[in-house]
Design a protein around this ligand. Structure first.
Ligand SMILES: [Zn+2]
Ligand SMILES: [Zn+2]
Length: 352
């Protein structure tokens, strides 16, 4: 018998049995090794919803996963049982306008693992066995660390945010929010050549990691130092690019005081449902650009390469691993930002 971690509603997470089904042509069955617990999983668990998407039927959570190929369907080439693989949670339609124009993250018919954004829901990856389309399975070398590899999805989000920012060589960058996405975005910004990366948060622990391990050149605790960003307001703003990764409307508004004329603000964090106030007259008169960044497309494969090659070390964001049977405990602990950056579930403890 195999099992999944399934959200049945607010604070109702169950370890439910699952049945293997026969594979269709082009499909691959994998054993999931590790699953990272994301902010969205925590929202489903604590509130029964993410933004406007409520859990309306049992939803298997999880989309930050890695694993091993178990079985391939008819017509699948280049994959075989026993292979380690990165697992892309995005199953885009590949035929809509956005897929055909290289922006498959905006696909109008997306099945993204572990999302209640459509009904029936798109079931997730906190599952011992999982069926994916072959293009979602990216084989890697046998000596790859599958725990680190499971960070490919959040890293891809940071890489996509940096791509949305435009060229960063020599630029001054601020990243608000130093959770997993903020830290990986800061690291990606340094990789892209940013000369300075200032990161902010309301906790000291993630800022210490940002400074010592993830490429931040300076950090500001905006609670301990409420005036910590004031020096960046002189001459109408210091930063060329701002990446908002906290999901806080106050953080977004604060960026309009520190961004240079003609600068760009990238919103990568998910704000609360509804609208957020921004100073549109400042945006207009200073020609500030405000752009969104949603998930990732080709950046997933880049994230896999950067992790496998060791170019980006994601170990600083790994805060601990729990067996599937303790998924509830992991969910409860994952929100403690003074102790935890990211927790993982080990779905199949015999794989590593
Ligand atoms: Zn995630
Ligand atoms: Zn599409």
């Amino acid at each position: 018998m195999k099992f999944s971690a399934v959200c049945h509603g607010k604070k109702d997470l169950r370890i439910d049995p699952i049945q293997d089904r026969p594979l269709l042509p082009g499909e691959v069955r994998v054993a999931v090794a590790f699953g990272g617990i994301c902010g969205s999983d925590l929202h489903y668990y604590h509130r029964g919803a993410v933004g406007d998407f409520a859990v309306r039927e049992p939803l298997t959570l999880g989309h930050e996963i890695s694993g091993v190929v178990l079985e391939v369907g008819a017509g699948v080439s280049g994959l075989h049982a026993g292979q380690k693989a990165a697992l892309d949670p995005s199953r885009a339609c590949l035929s809509c306008h956005y897929c055909r124009s290289g922006r498959s993250n905006l696909c109008t018919n997306m099945w993204f693992l572990g999302s209640a954004g459509r009904f029936p829901h798109s079931q997730g990856g906190f599952s011992q066995h999982l069926v994916l389309r072959q293009d979602q399975v990216i084989p890697v070398a046998d000596d790859t660390d599958l725990l680190r590899l499971s960070v490919a999805e959040p890293l891809s989000v940071g890489l996509h945010a940096v791509n949305r920012a435009g060229p960063l060589m020599g630029k001054r960058v601020i990243v608000t929010g130093s959770g997993p996405i903020g830290l990986l975005t800061a690291r990606a910004a340094r990789l892209a050549g940013a000369a300075e990366v200032v990161t902010t948060d309301v906790e000291d622990a993630p800022l210490a990691i940002a400074r010592t391990r993830m490429g931040a050149t300076r950090t500001v605790n905006v609670v301990a130092q409420p005036e910590g960003l004031a020096e960046f307001e002189v001459d109408g703003g210091y930063f060329d690019v701002a990446l908002e990764a906290s999901g806080s409307p106050a953080a977004l508004a604060s960026l309009f005081r520190v961004i240079r004329r003609g600068g760009r603000i990238v919103q990568v964090g998910m704000l609360p449902p509804g609208t957020a106030p921004i100073p549109v007259n400042v945006l207009q008169s200073r020609e500030i650009e405000l752009v969104g960044a949603f998930r990732a497309h080709d950046e997933f494969r880049l994230a896999v390469d950067l992790i496998v090659s060791g170019t980006i070390d994601v170990t600083p964001i790994l805060s601990g691993t729990y067996p599937l049977s303790q998924a509830m405990t992991a969910m409860e602990r994952a929100g403690d930002r003074s102790q935890v950056i990211k927790l993982h579930l080990a779905l199949n403890e015999d794989i590593a």
